[in-house]
Design a protein around this ligand. Structure first.
Ligand code: GTP
Ligand code: MG
Length: 371
């Protein structure tokens, strides 16, 4: 049944229509009109983006919802920040990620092979940890990057000093601003002759990025991802910002997270990398993501080490999925297999209904156009 317009939902949530529509676009909805009637499922999905837990009165079956965020987070422990690196093609994102990843491999592990799981954790000398999401850099992945921005606490915007602000730099700024994610600027390739980092700061000002030098509160660090200079300073800037953000999470609740990657692997079956956002996931737990569920058979970290539990802001590779979950799907823990199965069944059913509605809507449009 159709229940609420885009306009109505924006009023209900107390947000601007344009902001709501940007959120909708970010999660892949394209019915971007004020008077568009949303289905219950669509409205619920958008509400969740605002961390509002919707109650669907006529839900057709069992569903799992994230726990309410407690009002007083100060009693919960601090957690590492989750950081996404964004920027224009060839500005040095991959090089920076490699430098960060290598800097995190301690002597004892030097021979260890790092696994690509879409995220990795860096341990600083101070003992603090940072989780980096390793998102793809090409324009074709912009939808996924939009999701990345939502799963992330901090965006590191890489701008090459010899190239300046380019289309995907602007796009990254927009994603970060839309998702209300704070930015740290990394002015890269500062090892090159004749480059002027202050020119980049002036340029960024035009796009609403006011760095500290220019009286703003956005940190900018001059680095060479290739040579490794300034990279430690960048990590320190991230930690400083994380402290200001006071990032905390409940540890002793059922796990909640996001699928960052998934694939079928020979000999290992369906494998998904999951970023845990709240709670702790343990081997043997039952989780649901979209229309896939999993009894966690085993978990591995970014070094390929097997782990028994994963807490807030850690990324793990999870084995044991009955079906392959989709990147971007929310992961929620179920109480038991029975609950997981019935939630999946009801989601499959809801999806069928949604598809039917979409087919009817498309037919109506066609009919209108031919008349
Ligand atoms: P896409 O994934 O294609 O978007 O590119 P990217 O942003 O990941 O850039 P990548 O790290 O692949 O770097 C592109 C080129 O710039 C490579 O040839 C790097 O060696 C070079 N590069 C990256 N960082 C630096 C740097 O700090 N200094 C210099 N001189 N070159 C760099
Ligand atoms: Mg790259």
């Amino acid at each position: 049944p159709l229940t609420i317009t885009v306009d109505g939902l924006a009023k209900l949530l107390g947000v601007q229509n344009s902001h709501l529509m940007r959120k909708m676009a970010n999660i892949g909805m394209d019915k971007l009109a004020n008077d568009y009637l949303l289905t219950n499922e669509e409205a619920a999905e958008i509400a969740l983006e605002y961390e509002v837990v919707p109650i669907i009165p006529d839900s057709t079956g069992p569903e799992l919802y994230p726990r309410k965020i407690p009002e007083d987070m100060s009693v919960h422990p601090l957690r590492p920040p989750v950081v996404t690196i964004m920027g224009h093609v060839d500005h040095g994102k991959t090089t920076l990620l490699d430098t960060l990843r290598n800097s995190s491999i301690t002597a004892g592990e030097a021979g260890g092979i790092t696994q690509h799981i879409g995220a990795f954790s860096v341990q600083l000398k101070s003992g603090q940890a940072i989780t980096f999401l390793d998102t793809p850099g090409h324009a074709a992945f912009s939808a996924m990057r939009a999701r990345g921005a939502n799963a992330t606490d901090i965006v590191v915007l890489v701008v090459a000093a010899d190239d300046g602000v380019m289309p995907q730099t602007k796009e990254a700024i927009q994603h970060a601003l839309d998702a209300d994610v704070p930015i740290i600027v990394a002015i890269n390739k500062c090892d090159k002759h004749g480059v002027d980092p202050s020119r980049i700061k002036d340029e960024l000002l035009k796009y609403g990025i006011q760095t500290e030098d220019l009286g703003g509160d956005i940190q900018a660090v001059e680095i060479s991802a290739l040579k490794g200079t300034g990279v430690e300073e960048l990590s320190e800037s991230i930690v400083t910002l994380a402290e200001i953000l006071d990032l905390r999470a409940e540890v002793d609740i059922p796990a909640q997270g996001t699928v960052i990657e998934s694939q079928i692997e020979r000999g290992r079956g369906n494998v998904a990398s999951v970023l845990i956002k709240r709670g702790t996931l343990k081997v043997g737990d039952i989780i649901v993501a979209g229309t896939a569920w999993c009894k966690v058979r085993s978990m591995a970290d970014d070094r390929g080490n097997s782990v028994k539990e994963a807490g807030p802001a850690s990324a793990v590779e999870i084995m044991g999925w009955k079906e392959i979950p989709k990147a971007g799907d929310m992961v929620l823990q179920a109480e038991n297999e029975g609950q997981a199965k019935s939630v999946v069944d009801s989601r499959v059913e809801k999806r069928k209904n949604k598809d039917k509605l979409a087919a009817v809507a498309a037919m109506n449009v066609q009919r209108r156009e031919t008349h």
